[in-house]
Design a protein. Structure first.
Length: 672
């Protein structure tokens, strides 16, 4: 840290600096919901002066500050940003960033098509700025308002067109993206419907009978009773809040969860916590003893208050842990009540969503398991609590088009793992649109189908008729086969700070074409996806799309047809295919189909590698661990680098090097 008068500067690396101004020199040392990292040991900067200006210089910027004892302004704070190529951009405090490439939204609720995106960290200006002055601090896992809210607490990220470095610097401030549980990357069945215990088990059997994989079963609001007599608004009239199993639908929840666990299917329960904990709930007495010290004679409701340590303890200990002991794996925090309670009680300016995501992630990160916060996005810094649910979008072609773009740009603000309602949440029944949405889902963080209570929109793929069912089965099974590649790419998100889905400009920032094809993206290092978002023609529903293929050789994933890079090609595909390309010369690890892709270990690994350019070599790092625990943070994983060399005659030779091998006990260690 460098303190100059009333200002303090923390240099995170050559590209990122925190800048604080405090009239009374009372600076903030606690982490915030945005900035989790406070221990900084970067020494690659130089301190100097030029007249009345103090200069902090790194390889990528010169920061000038004039100590005039006034708050930051364009007159006393500026910088010269130095690109990799040596060009210089001048920045002044308060400058407008017109080249921002977009971030992500909190939710897609009620959207039918494209809307503007808020800013992300990546910008064609070569810099980005974030104001953290009003964000709540986190002390002992609890939100606390800043003692000096009048202070300025801002960040400048300088990177030229090195967008990957921009993300690395961003995570040095905010904290890394954690590695999600492997099961989350698999196939989910979800629907807003009051299913019985028998029907849930029938659905699981139907997945098996119809040749579809299944990893997670979502139980929407029907799992709990909805007969509240206390509360107001949604809490009372719709019965959305509940903590007690609906025994009319599920008479023996412990038995159901045990059967599902035996089948290696994870379970998540939907919660709308706004209604608090009321006297009719089975968990009320235990919660009241924790919250009130005893069960009050009038059995008054325990009102929801995420800002109260006492409430949160009663909330999790009494209302969540008993279900978790029974076999519930994590919770779907379906928080939509900001219109009713916009701010956390007693915490002015603090929204519920970022706090709930923080609390749920940390609550589920117990007993050595990885945390899960399956919820809407809480804003910058919320990437630390995956996995995110994008909300109730309408089923339209325009919405699918926007969602493809939206999914790729989310990485620009660190939101690497969006889980979408494949097919859309509500709208018309359109089998072709649903099939194309599932194809898009292949190259996203999850394969989660979901819909509203319309009988026509049950998303079980075998209910949509041929040729749609067959086309979707092909995609679901391919997802299972690709899991070694997908999980390795997700590990790369954590270890290398790279998004799973990458806009083309992340890899090719100096090529103008990379900015002109926003509806295609790289899915990890070796796969390029350009999902279809327009209706096809004829009995085969043939659709056409222009795709930009960067340098190298590219192959149609389904047909094997070869394409030369540095070109824009028109691709025509029937219903059972979409533009999906594998980069020539890159070894892609795959596996045999398994109905439990999120929990099975790889006893047989297959490498798919098509020739690259002559005399070209590529590597891919295959990653595996136990898929559920936080042992990966302790180095308990295996990392193998596969190297493929294409000869001048087009022959491919593959070799492997074990870079790290420390799998924990119980993980399959040998494969063919």
């Amino acid at each position: 840290m460098v303190q100059v008068g009333n200002a303090r500067f923390t240099i995170y690396d050559s590209n990122a600096v925190r800048m604080e101004y405090s009239e009374h020199k009372h600076f903030e040392n606690n982490p915030t919901l945005f900035a989790a990292v406070r221990k900084v040991d970067f020494r690659g900067y130089r301190l100097g002066s030029l007249g009345e200006w103090t200069i902090i210089e790194t390889d990528r910027l010169k920061l000038y500050y004039r100590n005039d004892k006034k708050p930051f302004s364009a007159q006393n704070l500026k910088a010269e940003i130095i690109s990799e190529k040596g060009s210089i951009t001048t920045w002044h405090y308060g400058d407008v960033n017109n080249g921002n490439l977009g971030g992500t939204l909190q939710t897609l609720d009620a959207l039918t098509g494209e809307v503007p995106l808020p800013p992300g960290i990546l910008s064609r200006e070569g810099w980005s700025f974030f104001d953290d002055s009003s964000t709540y601090t986190i002390i002992n896992n609890h939100p606390e308002a800043r003692l000096h809210p009048e202070n300025s607490d801002v960040y400048l990220f300088c990177y030229g067109d090195d967008y990957k470095q921009a993300l690395r610097s961003y995570f040095k401030v905010t904290g890394k993206v954690p590695l999600p549980r492997k099961s989350l990357l698999g196939s989910w069945y979800s629907r807003w419907w009051d299913y019985t215990e028998k029907e849930f088990l029938e659905i699981v059997q139907e997945y098996e009978d119809n040749g579809f994989p299944l990893d997670i079963l979502v139980m929407d609001m029907g799992w709990h009773t909805q007969d509240a007599k206390e509360g107001t608004g949604w809490a009372k009239n719709l019965g959305w809040t509940g903590w007690t199993w609906n025994k009319e639908l599920i008479p023996n929840p412990g038995r159901l969860l045990k059967v599902l666990k035996k089948k290696k299917i994870a379970v998540t329960l939907n919660v709308h916590p706004h209604g608090g904990i009321r006297s009719h709930e089975e968990c009320y007495s235990e919660a009241a003893k924790i919250y009130f010290g005893k069960v009050p004679a009038d059995k008054r409701a325990i009102h929801f208050n995420a800002g109260s340590k006492k409430f949160i303890k009663s909330y999790f200990d009494a209302c969540h842990k008993p279900h978790e002991k029974m076999g519930v794996d994590f919770w779907w925090v379906d928080w939509q009540q900001d219109m009713i309670i916009p701010e956390v009680q007693g915490k002015p300016g603090l929204k519920h969503l970022p706090l709930l995501n923080h609390l749920y992630f940390n609550h589920t990160a117990r007993d050595g398991r990885r945390g899960v916060s399956f919820s809407r996005f809480g804003g910058p810094g919320d990437h630390k609590y995956p996995i995110h649910f994008s909300g109730d979008a309408k089923s339209t072609w325009e919405m699918l088009k926007f969602e493809i773009y939206f999914n790729a740009t989310a990485g620009n603000i660190g939101c690497f793992f969006w889980s979408h309602d494949l097919g859309g949440f509500y709208g018309e029944r359109n089998p072709e649109l649903y099939t194309r949405w599932v194809q898009f889902g292949l190259t996203t963080a999850t394969m989660r189908i979901h819909s509203d209570r319309s009988p026509a929109l049950d998303r079980r793929p075998w209910k949509w008729g041929e040729p749609f069912t067959g086309a979707m089965r092909k995609i679901f099974r391919l997802r299972s086969q690709l899991m070694p590649y997908i999980y390795s790419s997700v590990a790369q998100c954590h270890f290398e700070d790279l998004p799973l889905c990458r806009p083309m400009y992340l890899e090719y920032p100096s090529d103008e074409r990379a900015y002109k094809f926003p509806h295609q993206f790289l899915f990890g290092d070796a796969i390029l996806a350009a999902p279809i978002f327009t209706p096809g023609e004829g009995e085969d529903y043939v659709a056409e799309k222009e795709v930009w293929l960067p340098h190298g050789l590219w192959y149609d994933f389904f047909t094997g047809k070869k394409y030369s890079g540095n070109s824009v090609v028109k691709i025509r595909v029937p219903l059972d295919r979409f533009p999906l390309f594998i980069r020539g010369g890159v070894p892609v690890p795959m596996q045999e189909y398994t109905p439990r892709m999120g929990s099975s270990s790889n006893s047989r690994l297959e490498l798919r590698c098509l020739p690259g350019l002559p005399n070209e070599s590529h590597t891919f790092r295959y990653y595996e661990d136990d898929g559920d625990s936080d042992n990966y943070k302790k180095g308990k994983y295996r990392l193998i680098e596969f190297k493929a060399v294409t000869s001048k005659h087009g022959k491919v030779e593959i070799s492997s090097t074990t870079l790290h091998d420390a799998l924990p006990k119980g993980v399959h260690k040998d494969w063919n």
